[in-house]
Design a protein around this ligand. Structure first.
Ligand code: NAD
Ligand code: MG
Length: 392
C-alpha cells in the first residue's frame, strides 16, 4: 500500500534524515508525498519536493515565494509560503506526518497534523512543552497515534510496549551532558557560539545543539515526557550518560528496569516511527559491546545547569507554564546567537521570565490562543531585558 506522508521541517536535521529514510525505502515509488515544508533554504526544499514528487512545497518565509516558484518551475509541485500556508499543508490528509519544525513555530502546524486521525511522528518537542494537554486532547479526539521521535521518548515508548502504564514507577531520561559536561558555571562564562554548537555525540540543528549545551534540551524533554506518558513530576529523573547509547529507561513497580539502547543516530528513532508498528532494517551502525567497553552514569550538576532546576517549577505549575520556559529560552538563545548576551545569561533570563509570568501562565490553561499570547509576552519580556543590558 502506498502511504501518504508529509514532512514539516523537511530541510532541517530531522527532516533530511526522515527524507533519507523515505528515499531508501523507495522514495516516490513507495510513498505518496503530500507536503514538504522549510524556511530559508528553498533550493533544498524544491530539490527534495521534485525528487519525491510532492503535491506541495511550502516555505515559512513569505519573501521566498518567488524563489521557491522559480526553483520548482517545470515541475508539478505547487508552491506556497507563510505560516498559514504551512498550516494548510499540514492539514492535507496524510497517513504519516513528521513534525520537525524547530521551536514554538511548530505548534500550530503540529495541531493541524494531529487532526488527521493517522500517525503523527513528533520531533517538535516544543509543541508538547507549550501545549501538551491540548495536543493530547486533539490526538485523542481524532484517533491520531502520536509517535515520539525524540530519541529518549522513542526509547520510553519502546520500553512501554506490552507493559501497563499503571505499573511504571519512574522514567529515567538519559542526557549526554552536552559539550560542557563536567564544567562549573565559571568555566562556561566565556564560551562561544561555535563551542556551544559542537555537540560531542549528536549531529543536530543549531537550536537543539545550544539547548544541549545549556541542558535546556533536557528540561524540555522532562516536560515532554510528563505529557507524552502522563507522569507525575516525581516520576521523572534525569541521569547524565556521556556515551548516549542508553537512550532512556523505565523503572517498574517491581524494581525492574527496562532500557532501550542504540547508536547515537536519530535515524533509529525516526525509522522506528516510520515503520511503526513493524521493525525494519535501518541504516544505523550496530552496537559492538566489546568496543564500547563501558557505559557511565552520573547525577547532573544543577548549579552548573540551572535548566534542570527551573524545569521543576514548570512541572509543578502546569497550565501554560511550559510556554513561558520555552519562549524565554528561545528569545534568550536568539540573544546569545546574536552576540548580545553571554552563554550563562540564557538561564538567568529564563529564571526572570518564570518569576514574572509563571503564576499567570499556570492559571491561563492551554488553549492555542492562551499559549500563543503568553509566548509573545514572554518573548517581549526577555527582549526588553536584553535591550536593558542584562549580563550574567
Ligand atoms: P533544524 O534547525 O535543523 O531544522 C528546523 C526545520 O524547521 C527546518 O526545515 C527549517 O526550515 C524549519 N523552520 C525553521 N524555522 C521555522 C519557522 N519559523 N516556521 C516554519 N519552519 C521553520 O532543527 P532540527 O535539529 O531538525 O530540529 C527539529 C525539531 O526536532 C526540534 O524541535 C528539535 O528539538 C527536535 N529534535 C531534533 C533532534 C536532532 O537530532 N536534530 C533530535 C531530537 C529532537
Ligand atoms: Mg532528545
Amino acid at each position: 500500500m502506498v502511504r501518504r506522508v508529509s514532512v514539516l521541517g523537511a530541510t532541517g536535521s530531522i527532516g533530511t534524515q526522515t527524507l533519507d529514510l523515505i528515499d531508501r525505502a523507495g522514495g516516490a515509488e513507495a510513498f505518496d508525498v503530500i507536503a514538504l515544508t522549510g524556511h530559508s533554504n528553498v533550493a533544498a526544499l524544491a530539490e527534495a519536493a521534485i525528487r519525491l514528487r510532492a503535491d506541495v512545497a511550502v516555505t515559512a518565509d513569505l519573501s521566498k515565494l518567488d524563489a521557491l516558484r522559480e526553483a520548482l518551475s517545470g515541475s508539478d509541485v505547487e508552491a506556497a509560503a507563510g505560516p498559514d500556508a504551512i498550516c494548510e499543508a499540514a492539514s492535507r490528509p496524510a497517513d504519516w506526518t513528521m513534525s520537525a519544525i524547530v521551536g514554538a513555530a511548530g505548534l500550530a502546524p503540529t495541531l493541524e497534523a494531529a487532526q488527521q486521525g493517522r500517525c503523527l511522528a513528533l520531533a517538535n518537542k516544543e509543541s508538547m512543552v507549550c501545549a501538551g494537554d491540548l495536543l493530547n486532547a486533539v490526538c485523542a479526539e481524532h484517533g491520531t497515534t502520536l509517535l515520539p521521535a525524540d530519541s529518549e521518548h522513542a526509547a520510553i515508548f519502546q520500553c512501554l510496549r506490552g507493559e501497563t502504564a499503571r505499573e511504571v514507577e519512574r522514567v529515567i531520561i538519559t542526557a549526554s551532558g552536552g559539550p560542557f559536561r563536567g564544567r562549573t558555571r565559571d568555566q562556561m562564562r566565556d564560551v562561544t557560539l561555535a563551542e556551544a554548537v559542537a555537540h560531542p555525540n549528536w549531529d543536530m540543528g543549531q537550536g537543539i545543539s545550544i539547548d544541549s549545551a545549556t541542558m535546556f534540551n533536557k528540561a524540555l524533554e522532562v516536560i515532554e515526557a510528563k505529557y507524552l506518558f502522563d507522569l507525575r513530576p516525581d516520576q521523572i529523573e534525569v541521569i547524565v550518560h556521556p556515551q548516549s547509547i542508553v537512550h532512556s529507561m523505565i523503572g517498574f513497580a517491581d524494581g525492574s528496569i527496562m532500557a532501550q539502547l542504540g547508536p547515537p543516530d536519530m535515524r533509529g528513532a525516526i525509522g522506528y516511527c516510520l515503520n511503526y508498528p513493524e521493525r525494519r532494517d535501518l541504516p544505523v551502525d550496530r552496537l559492538d559491546f566489546a568496543k564500547l567497553a563501558s557505559l557511565d552514569f552520573h547525577a547532573p550538576d544543577l548549579d552548573a545547569f540551572p535548566a534542570l532546576r527551573l524545569v521543576r517549577r514548570v512541572l509543578d505549575a502546569g497550565g501554560a507554564a511550559g510556554a513561558v520556559l520555552n519562549a524565554a529560552k528561545e528569545a534568550a538563545m536568539a540573544g546569545f546567537v546574536a552576540g548580545r548576551i553571554g552563554f550563562l545569561a540564557q538561564a538567568d533570563l529564563v529564571e526572570l521570565a518564570l518569576n514574572a509570568l509563571i503564576d499567570e501562565a499556570a492559571r491561563a490553561g492551554q488553549t492555542l490562543e492562551a499559549v500563543l499570547d503568553i509566548d509573545q509576552r514572554t518573548r517581549s519580556f526577555v527582549e526588553q531585558r536584553i535591550a536593558q543590558g542584562i549580563e550574567q
